[in-house]
Design a protein around this ligand. Structure first.
Ligand SMILES: Cc1cc2nc3c(=O)[nH]c(=O)nc-3n(C[C@H](O)[C@H](O)[C@H](O)COP(=O)(O)O)c2cc1C
Length: 339
C-alpha cells in the first residue's frame, strides 16, 4: 500500500533547483525531505542557511526541512526559524554516515548513545513549535543499536521514523538489513517510513509484499537513476522508451540551465550535472561509456557537445536490472564526495 512516496534527501543533488525542475517533468513523489542543514553554533542564525527551503523556492513540491545537530538549544532555535518560514514539520538527521559528521556525534554518530538522544528529545520537544520526525539508520557500528533507541523514540510524540536499514559504518555497501527492519517495525510505535535500495518497480513490489504494514516509502538513488520510477510505482500513464529519452533530455537541459542561472562560473553547474550523471547514466545502455566521456569534459561547450551527441545518436533507455545496480555501482561516482 502507498500512502506517501518521499523523495530522499541527497545532499549535492536534490536541492531546491533539482526538486523544482524534477517536478516539472516527473510525477509520483508526494513530498521531499530536503538535504540536511547543519545547525549553526551559537545563538545567531544567518537567514542564508535556509535558502534551500525558503518557501518561494519550494512552491512546486511540499518539503520537510532536515536539521543535523546535537545541541538541543541550537536545534530548537533553528527549528523555530523554520516554523516562522511556515514549516510545521521538521526532520532530525540521525543517519548521516560520514566519518567527519559521525565522529562529532552527529548523524549516525549519535546512535550508540540512546541516553544522549533521550536528553536531546527531552529538551527539544517541549521547546519547538514544529512536529518532529527522525531519519535514522539501524545503528552506527552494530545492526541492533536501534533496538535500544526504540523505547526512547516511543516516549516522545514524533510524527514518523524514517529507517534506512544499514549501519553507519556500512555506508552504502551490502544490502539493507530487512530482518532487522522487520524487528524495528515491531518495536517502534510511530509510523515508519521504509528507505533503502528501491531501484525499480520490482524491488518496490517485493518490499511492499514483505512489509504490508508499511505505507510510507522513501526513494533516493533509485529515482536519481530512473526519474520515472516514482511515477511507475504509482502506475502513472506510461511513456514508451523513445518518449522517456526525450523527457529526460528536456529535464537535463532545463536543470543545467537552471543551475547556470544561479551558480557562478562555468565549472559549478557542470559539476552538478556530472554528479547527477553518475546515477542517471545507469538508465541507459552502455551508460558507463557516456559517463566516462562526460566526466572527462573540461568545458561547458565540450560537455554539451558530448551530451547532445549522446541524446541525438546513442541514447538507449535501459534501466539496469536490480542485480546490476549493486550498491557499489551506485557508489562509483563523484557525488558522494560532495557530502
Ligand atoms: C550523496 C548522498 C547524499 C545524501 N545526503 C543525505 C542528507 O542530506 N540527509 C539524509 O538524511 N540522508 C542523506 N543521504 C541518504 C539518503 O537520503 C538515503 O537514506 C540513502 O541514499 C538510502 O536510500 P536509497 O537507497 O533510496 O538511495 C544521502 C545519500 C547520498 C548517497
Amino acid at each position: 500500500m502507498i500512502r506517501a512516496l518521499y523523495m530522499a534527501p541527497i545532499r549535492g543533488v536534490t536541492d531546491y533547483i533539482y526538486r523544482r525542475v524534477y517536478s516539472a517533468y516527473f510525477s509520483g513523489f508526494d513530498i521531499a525531505v530536503a538535504p540536511f542543514i547543519a545547525v549553526p553554533k551559537g545563538n545567531r542564525i544567518k537567514s542564508g542557511i535556509f535558502k534551500d527551503v525558503s518557501p518561494e523556492n519550494n512552491i512546486a513540491t511540499p518539503v520537510i526541512p532536515q536539521l543535523l545537530g546535537k545541541d538541543a538549544d541550537e536545534f530548537a532555535l533553528a527549528a523555530s526559524r523554520l516554523f516562522d518560514l511556515g514549516y510545521t514539520e521538521i526532520n532530525w538527521n540521525l543517519g548521516c554516515p560520514f566519518p567527519m559528521v559521525a565522529k562529532k556525534q552527529r548523524g549516525s554518530g549519535l546512535l550508540p548513545h540512546p541516553e544522549k538522544i533521550d536528553a536531546f528529545l527531552n529538551r527539544v520537544i517541549p521547546k519547538i513549535p514544529n512536529v518532529l520526525s527522525v531519519k535514522t539508520r539501524i545503528g552506527r557500528e552494530h545492526r541492533d543499536e536501534i533496538l535500544r533507541l526504540a523505547p526512547v523514540f516511543n516516549r516522545y510524540p514524533l510524527s514518523e521514523i524514517i529507517v534506512h536499514p544499514r549501519t553507519g559504518v556500512q555506508m552504502y555497501s551490502g544490502s539493507p538489513d530487512l530482518e532487522m527492519f522487520e524487528t524495528v517495525c515491531g518495536s517502534i510505535d510511530h509510523p515508519i517510513v521504509y528507505n533503502g535500495d528501491i531501484t525499480n518497480t520490482k524491488s518496490f513490489e517485493i518490499l511492499s509484499e514483505r512489509f504490508p504494514e508499511i505505507s510510507r516509502w522513501m526513494i533516493g538513488r533509485g529515482a536519481l537513476t530512473d526519474p520515472f520510477l516514482p511515477g511507475d510505482i504509482r502506475k502513472k500513464p506510461h511513456h514508451e522508451d523513445r518518449g522517456r529519452i526525450r523527457i529526460v533530455r528536456r529535464f537535463h537541459d532545463h536543470l543545467y540551465n537552471a543551475y547556470r542561472d544561479v551558480m557562478s562560473g562555468p565549472a559549478h553547474p557542470m559539476d552538478r550535472m556530472k554528479g547527477l550523471w553518475t546515477y542517471m547514466a545507469r538508465s541507459f545502455a552502455e551508460g558507463r561509456k557516456i559517463l566516462k566521456k562526460i566526466h572527462r569534459a573540461k568545458t561547458p561547450e565540450r560537455y554539451m557537445e558530448i551530451v547532445n551527441r549522446f541524446f541525438d545518436d546513442d541514447a538507449r533507455w535501459e534501466p539496469a536490472s536490480p542485480d546490476e545496480r549493486t550498491n557499489n555501482t551506485f557508489n562509483a561516482g563523484k557525488t558522494h564526495e560532495i557530502v
